[in-house]
Ligand binder design. Sequence first.
Ligand code: NAP
Length: 392
Amino acid sequence: MRVSTATTSCSDSHVFTVVVQGYGSAQESNAERSISVPFSRLQSLMQSISQLGGKVISVTAASDASAAPAAPAAPAAAKKATPTKAPAKPAAAAVHHADVPVNLYKPKTPFIGTVTENYSLLAEGAIGRVNHITFDLSGGDPHLRYVEGQSIGIIPDGEDANGKPHKLRLYSIASTRHGDDMADNTVSLCVRQLQYEKDGETINGVCSTFLCDIEPGAKVKITGPVGKEMLLPDDEDANVIMLATGTGIAPMRTYLRRMFEPTEREKNGWHFKGKAWLFMGAPTTANLLYDDDFNRYASEFPENFRYTKAISREQQNANGGRMYIQDRVSENAEEIFSWIENPKTHVYMCGLRGMEPGIDEAMTAAAAAKGLAWHELRPQLKKAERWHVETY
Ligand code: NAP
């Protein structure tokens, strides 16, 4: 994607018009209304709209109230949003799909893997159960290989309520192609046990409970791998922004290991030189996943890796509510947007679908501050394979 890279400082004299639906007095009728605000109030208006359930239709730079006639050329922020068209696949940013294995094993003839380990990823006092589970893949013909960002299917043992075998569930892979032990013959998952209340009863998810309870030595039906949405670019100079909630961290762990784990760097001969920024959302500190590794990468590669946490039940956002990942994105929106302006930057999002509207709103405000329209830019990023989303 190419967007305006004109160096722009956005002063309060720049006024923005936000067209919003279902917000404020117009909420009940779902009517649209226009609100004009100076730049300094744009971000807080976006947050307020988001909290009250309004829908942002558009944001445009309305006027530059105080621009003196003798001032230099009008800043980009005061112009109407006219982003240039992105080339479909800019060479520098392309994600290589060649040689990515897909569906080596199908549900009718799954690979039978053996569990080698299964341990909790949570610290004392955490909410729920999240386990790291590893399967031995040796002996398969073909070998069940995969790359970072893909998923595998698991078919849990047993039958459903109709006496039929259970269907497969997809899980994002949490290990790199080499596996945690670098022996090229294991795959690991990061699984949260699904639990919910129904008619006063606690219901446990079939497959997630099967996996969290499984013992080393057990045999498990595995399918796949699948997925080309979340592949990493080959470019060592790429920049990578990662937005994860809970177990949505799985693909991000694979990217970060490939980028910063010394054994991975040596084995791959791929020496990441770009910048990576992880935003991680978890309910409590004890629920942070792979936190020690990420802290280690941040201290060993301070020029290349930033790690920002949103701990929803311990931290508060600017409005006193739970701190969610979209609040962190909103706090850093201008910087994130300037990263995105670089054609070498990729954004990866994995986890709860609920984070998407807030992230869009933060980006809408940041784009508008540069006179650009996010609703036009995002599809361009997607087309250029720089905006990668896997949310449930
Ligand atoms: P979790 O631990 O329950 O939640 C993670 C964090 O997200 C918590 O801090 C939670 O806050 C917060 N959160 C809740 N609602 C949110 C919203 N609307 N916007 C932003 N943050 C929000 O997460 P989890 O159980 O591991 O679930 C992660 C989700 O990712 C699941 O839906 C899972 O199916 C999905 N997932 C998807 C993929 C994939 O697409 N490939 C892979 C793995 C996981 P509070 O609970 O404090 O409100």
